[in-house]
Design a protein around this ligand. Structure first.
Ligand SMILES: [Zn+2]
Length: 303
């Protein structure tokens, strides 16, 4: 999460790391995907990976887990962990050496950088919450949502190129693609922006709320004038599934496949059925119940 939040502040990352290997490293998405259990989103490193981290650094692979039990060992509770309901163990024997080792690490660390990265993580966690609220990752229209977002990101970059002196504020779907692009690797991102926008583009998530609102209104007007479509998207499963179904129908027509009024009429009913099924699946997953079965599998396969 710290690395991820660091990448999402590309100017900051470039100023500190442009000569470091970190500047050329992409986020290892496949490895991260493998470590996440998609039923409950828990993150667990493989034993071999955790061991490798411990051997290389001498640190515990899950520092959050390690530190959250330490409040009593360092005198005062560590602020970020106040409220954690984990049992706090008293410090004993060999652990004293461990605590000292972490203290040495903290003494050696760049505290200004650490504070900035902590703030960046807090800001990113707000974005993660918004993503989690939309739950696109479990939506029946995930593929369509991402395709449309990537397409809209291209248009967003066009607006950035047009208005170098202005703050262009992305919508949530565009921001998701922008974030992902920044995680390709800071070097690749910087080069791609030079190509596509004609300059380095920072992703500044420290802008005050008022300026952000003003920037969003300007971006929305600019989008309307240049693209002639809606800038803000609802993003709910129903709207996204309907948009995907309409996209599919349009693609069929463009490919010369005849469609009729019946296809259009059936569209919204079919979308409703599929979204209802996906909701039932999500409810069952959360309640740890058996997953429901959809009788008309042809409908599900369409999305
Ligand atoms: Zn909606």
């Amino acid at each position: 999460m710290v690395w991820h939040a660091f990448m999402l502040n590309p100017r900051f990352m470039r100023s500190l790391c442009h000569k470091e290997i970190l500047y050329r490293l992409p986020m290892p998405w496949e490895k991260i995907h493998e470590a996440i259990r998609n039923r409950d989103w828990t993150f667990t490193l493989k034993d071999a990976d955790a061991r490798c981290f411990r051997d290389e650094t001498g640190l515990h692979a899950d520092l959050l887990d390690e530190f959250s039990t330490w409040a009593d060992t360092v005198g005062t509770p560590l602020t970020p962990f106040v409220g954690f309901s984990v049992p706090r163990k008293p410090i004993v024997g060999h652990e004293k050496a461990l605590v000292q080792k972490y203290r040495d690490h903290f003494a050696w660390a760049d505290k200004d950088l650490a504070a900035k990265l902590k703030d960046a993580v807090v800001r990113q966690s707000e974005f993660v919450d918004k993503m989690n609220n939309h739950l696109w990752i479990r939506s029946p229209a995930l593929g369509g949502t991402l395709s449309r977002a990537i397409h809209r990101y291209g248009d967003f970059l066009h607006l950035l190129r047009l208005c170098p002196g202005r703050t262009i504020v992305p919508t949530l779907d565009i921001d998701l693609v922008w974030h992902t692009h920044q995680c390709s690797s800071p070097k690749q991102y910087a080069e791609a922006m030079e190509d596509m926008v004609g300059r380095f583009v920072n992703h500044d998530d420290t802008i005050a709320k008022d300026s952000l609102r003003e920037g969003f209104d300007f971006s929305q007007s600019l989008w309307h004038v240049h693209l002639g479509t809606e800038y803000r998207v609802c993003g709910c499963w129903d709207c996204e599934a309907l948009l995907s179904a309409v996209d599919d129908l349009q693609a069929k027509e463009e490919a010369g496949v005849a469609t009729n009024m019946e296809d259009v009429t059936n569209l919204s009913l079919e979308v409703q059925k599929v979204v209802t099924y996906y909701r039932a699946v999500e409810v069952s997953v959360r309640a740890q119940r058996r997953l429901p079965v959809m009788r008309d599998e042809a409908s599900v396969a369409r999305f």
